[in-house]
Ligand binder design. Structure first.
Ligand SMILES: N[C@@H](CCC(=O)N[C@@H](CS)C(=O)NCC(=O)O)C(=O)O
Length: 207
């Protein structure tokens, strides 16, 4: 049984969504951001970075949302949501997974935590430009009519990118204002697992 330490709508959303999509038994532990529980000594013992998600697997605690998702999919989804580790298609899969975790997600962190930089307005203005460039680039990836980011088969990348798109919903130009991204998001939102994860996290504003 997996145990997911989470906060609704955050990076843990992608992990929660995949646990549901893959029909994996799991337990949820809410980390109360309003009381800064993610920085409590107890939580820092299991995730020294003080962030969610953390996934508990027996006596192990793993963090980094993209890494957790890759593990779950490799272990439980056969090759349905990811090319095999030694298949040439895995190269593009890895490329997008790393782009999400080392470029897109940190940009969103700058957007949501702009006050950490001391110059929040400037940080937000720069980050908005960066994210809009990223959305254009993602939109272009879908411009050849492919159904999903890597082609016609849905992969982990799609779950993570949809999670990122959701984060842009209150930005001046949300990601789903780009036409191919809009079509893609509508398709991902049709998944039953997407509806369930939103219900379970009590989210109603991007469904
Ligand atoms: N690199 C980490 C980042 C996780 C992260 O930044 N989580 C945010 C929510 S999306 C968080 O826990 N923020 C609380 C805080 O920084 O205090 C990952 O990929 O899991």
């Amino acid at each position: 049984m997996y145990k997911l330490y989470y906060q609704p709508g955050t990076a843990s959303f992608a992990v929660h969504w995949l646990l549901i999509e893959l029909d994996l038994p799991h337990e949820l532990v809410l980390i109360d951001f309003a009381n800064n529980q993610q920085k409590s000594p107890e939580y820092l013992k299991i995730n020294p970075n003080g962030v969610v998600p953390t996934l508990q697997i027996n006596d192990k605690y793993i963090s980094e949302f993209a890494g957790i998702c890759m593990y779950l999919v490799d272990k439980h989804a056969a090759n349905d949501l990811a090319p095999a580790a030694d298949h040439i298609d895995r190269t593009k899969y890895n490329q997008w997974m790393f782009y999400i975790s080392n470029t897109i997600q940190p940009a969103f962190r700058n957007w949501f935590y702009s006050e950490e930089f001391g110059t929040p307005e400037k940080t937000k203005a720069i980050t908005q430009k960066k994210l809009e460039y990223i959305f254009s680039r993602c939109n272009q990836q879908l411009a050849d009519g492919r159904g999903y980011f890597l082609g016609d088969q849905r992969t982990t990348v799609d779950f993570l990118l949809t999670t990122m798109m959701r984060w842009s919903r209150n930005m001046p130009k949300p990601a789903d204002q780009w036409p191919f991204l809009k079509r893609f998001a509508l398709k991902m939102k049709q998944l039953n697992s997407f509806k369930i994860v939103n219900q379970r996290e009590g989210l109603t504003d991007w469904v």
